[in-house]
Design a protein around this ligand. Structure first.
Ligand code: RI2
Length: 326
């Protein structure tokens, strides 16, 4: 049974679950920050009690959203190397790992952006889906290199996160054309790259990203438009190397159909035969992806497993937040 979860952790978990904090990198950053805050606030009277508090905090954060592997990867990073034979040493170890993780995340996004920018040419038009800070890092670096870009931005139903992308691109001075998702195929002839982020990358090179990415990729392939996925290695999903699949988050139906709209359509507000499904993500097979851009370089999706073996080869066994560990 979990101990009481500290308010700093409960607040972070709530913000992640409600998507006030969203985007795979931002979720990881918030989770690492919350673990650091939890460690700083601990009044544990023994190393065992401190470790139990950290496991409880990590479990609470882990249960918020299931698809973006950046979240468990962040928790593992901070807790795997937790060491010390006193509470004070353990605390310092967690705080320093959390700080280091957050610094590396920023650095990776910056390095990835420079690599992704090399793919973009002066005068190119990109098409985006949802909002990805990794993808925007590529754009920012291309602009810093003196290239001019324009963007076709899909609004990305149901939460219209394309609006966030449009706002950031306009802040960067990039001319934006906002379109509804259904118009994407019509505009593909006008674009040079589809540039998206990822929530998880599987060992076979499949890309798990915001719902609608796979259909966009299929259409882009048909039109000969390259699909570039900007995803720092934090998005690589280690469990897929041993056959696990990535859970797709199903979100509340009210994001798709408001309660008052439901009664307009159905036979009353509680019509049992009016179903609404709201999967937040989909899976794009590697054959529809041209390149995965990471801070370690650009990879054809089929070869990403070599990088995963290098990064996660020695990771196995129990998760550091499981209660069976002492
Ligand atoms: P960065 C988002 O998921 C989008 O699917 C986006 O492509 C992905 O995270 C990666 O975002 P959500 O949290 O890490 O909005 O590149 O559901 O910012």
């Amino acid at each position: 049974m979990d101990r009481d979860v500290h308010p700093a952790v409960a607040d972070a978990a709530e913000s992640i679950a409600s998507m006030e904090i969203r985007g795979a990198a931002a979720i990881a950053d918030a989770a690492a920050e919350a673990l650091g805050e939890r460690a700083a606030a601990s009044e544990a009277d023994s190393p065992a009690a401190f470790r139990a508090e950290m496991r409880a905090a990590a479990r609470r954060l882990h249960e918020t959203r299931p698809t973006a592997v950046s979240l468990p990867n962040a928790l593992r990073y901070v807790l795997r190397d937790m060491e010390g034979d006193t509470v004070e040493r353990l605390r310092r170890s967690v705080e320093s790992s959390a700080t280091e993780f957050r610094h590396q995340l920023d650095q990776a996004q910056d390095n990835l952006g420079q690599i992704g920018a090399n793919r973009l040419r002066d005068g190119d038009t990109i098409m985006t889906h949802c909002h990805s800070t990794d993808a925007l890092s590529c754009v920012r670096h291309a602009l810093d290199d003196g290239k001019e870009l324009t963007a076709v931005v899909k609004e990305t139903r149901p939460r219209e996160q394309g609006h966030i992308t449009a706002r950031h691109l306009r802040e960067l001075g990039v001319p934006v054309t906002l379109i509804v998702d259904n118009a994407a195929r019509r505009y593909l002839d006008d674009v040079d790259h589809v540039l998206v982020g990822a929530d998880s990358i599987a060992a076979d090179g499949s890309v798990i990203n915001k719902i609608g990415t796979s259909g966009l990729a299929v259409n882009a392939r048909e039109r000969g438009v390259p699909v570039v996925v900007a995803a720092q290695t934090l998005k690589l999903h280690p469990a897929t190397m041993t056959g696990h699949t990535v859970e797709i988050e199903m979100r509340d139906e009210s994001e798709v159909l408001a309660d008052d709209e439901r009664s307009d359509i159905g036979r009353g507000a509680d019509d049992p035969d009016l179903a609404v499904e709201n999967p937040a993500f989909d899976v794009t097979p590697p054959r529809h992806v041209d390149a995965i851009v990471t801070e370690r370089g650009q990879f054809p999706p089929e070869s990403i497993v070599t990088l995963m073996r290098e990064l996660f080869g020695d990771q196995h066994g129990e998760e550091p937040w499981e209660e069976t560990l002492q």
